[in-house]
Design a protein around this ligand. Structure first.
Ligand SMILES: [Cu+2]
Length: 138
């Protein structure tokens, strides 16, 4: 059975065990979540505490990965492309000069140290439904 096809058949949720994230970032095609013009692929992704998720912009337009700060676990670290410290700062920066996004083939990674649900959004395409969620299991 084709493993990728099998995983997609499971509703787009894949279990990944990532170690050595620095090495992972060196590879061209090594990422967990890609991006189309208006969506994360997959838009739901399940990992375990301590795993690192790598996003790659596999589309030709700029996108952000911006945590919904008010909806992630209270003791969890905020994450966002552009290295902002909260969602509003990321929104303001994008509105002001389009900063904080990643372009084609650029990657962003975050290590999740707290279990729970982590919804995130692409700021410029929020209205288009470009929203994703990382589920971090114990
Ligand atoms: Cu986008």
């Amino acid at each position: 059975m084709d493993r990728r096809r099998f995983l997609q058949g499971m509703g787009g949720t894949a279990i990944v065990s990532v170690t050595g994230c620095v090495t992972l970032l060196d590879g061209d095609d090594d990422y967990d979540i890609g991006m189309t013009a208006s969506a994360y692929t997959p838009d739901q992704f399940t990992i375990e505490v301590g795993d690192t998720v790598v996003w790659e912009n596999t589309s030709t337009r700029a996108h952000t990965v911006t945590a919904y700060g008010s909806r992630i676990p209270e003791d969890a670290a905020f994450f966002a492309t552009g290295d902002f410290s909260n969602t509003q700062d990321a929104r303001d920066a994008w509105a002001e000069d389009g900063s904080g996004g990643i372009d084609n083939s650029e990657q962003f990674s975050h290590t999740f140290e707290v279990p729970g649900e982590f919804p995130y959004v692409c700021i410029p395409h929020e209205q288009g439904g470009m929203i994703g969620e990382i589920l971090v299991e114990e």
